[in-house]
Design a protein around this ligand. Structure first.
Ligand code: GSH
Length: 247
């Protein structure tokens, strides 16, 4: 059985990492037997990051490499019906969301003080209360440096949010009223977009980015539709989102 590694968290959604969400969705879409395992020792992660997939003796880091492994060895073929032009569009949107929009989301969660209570509860909630905030501050400092090195962290918060909101608008425009990003059926680009939007919409963090995501009604329908289509009876959705989509 394949094993998907993730950090342990307390959340109403299947992962706080849109990259892990993407891999779990791809595993489900490929029909593989898999289980998830919490990472207790980061030394088992080749790049120090999740997701990591264990397939027998093989340890595969990075969601894109895992996708390739599933396509080559486990029959994942959800992108087979796309034309070359559609593939290039999907790739551009995936890269925008993975390498740009996600940094705005990291800013909202970890750097903006608005994110602190939720992150401490979801990620450090199992630690003794006396050390939770210190643990949070340590990770926040590391992420502040990552944001700075990436470049987005050198901007004022209002500009970071404006960049993120533009990405959300681009996604909404392309999604339009289609059931899934590339048409009637889920493809791999949905796996990341739905995971990232689900993370934004399920969060109680109050920032211009999360406000903007909530103000686009098509997003709630989209993430609920994706989660139900891919995971069926195992769908995991916060009640307010499931109700909003049913209304
Ligand atoms: N390019 C990687 C990105 C993975 C990634 O950034 N994972 C984050 C969680 S969303 C992580 O593990 N961060 C821990 C760290 O940077 O220390 C992929 O596609 O898998």
């Amino acid at each position: 059985m394949l094993v998907l590694l993730d950090f342990p968290v307390r959340a109403e959604i299947r992962s706080l990492s849109p990259f892990v969400y993407k891999v779990e969705a791809l595993l489900a879409l490929s029909g593989c037997d898999y289980r998830k395992e919490d990472v207790l020792d980061v030394a088992v992660l080749p790049h120090g990051k999740v997701p990591v997939l264990r397939d027998g003796d093989r340890i595969i880091p990075d969601s894109t490499l895992i996708q390739r492994h599933l396509e080559e060895h486990h029959g994942l073929s959800i992108d087979a019906g796309l034309t070359e032009l559609e593939r290039s569009m999907a790739e551009a949107f995936r890269q925008m969301a993975e390498e740009h929009l996600r940094w705005a989301m990291i800013h909202a969660r970890w750097i903006d003080p608005a994110g602190e209570p939720e992150i401490i509860e979801m990620i450090f909630g199992t630690l003794p209360e006396a050390i939770r905030r210190d643990a949070f501050l340590q990770v926040r400092e590391a992420l502040r440096q990552s944001l700075y090195m990436q470049g987005i962290g050198r901007h004022a918060p209002e500009d970071i949010y404006a960049f993120g909101c533009r990405d959300l608008d681009a996604i909404a425009t392309f999604l339009d009223d289609k059931p899934f990003f590339m048409g009637d059926r889920p493809t791999s680009v949905d796996a990341f977009l739905a995971g990232l939007l689900l993370n934004m919409l399920s969060s109680r963090i109050d920032t211009p980015l999360t406000h903007h995501a909530r103000a686009i009604p098509a997003f709630a329908d989209y993430v609920v539709r994706f989660e139900r289509e891919v995971f069926g009876p195992r769908a995991m959705l916060p009640a307010h989102l499931a109700e909003a989509a049913a209304a």
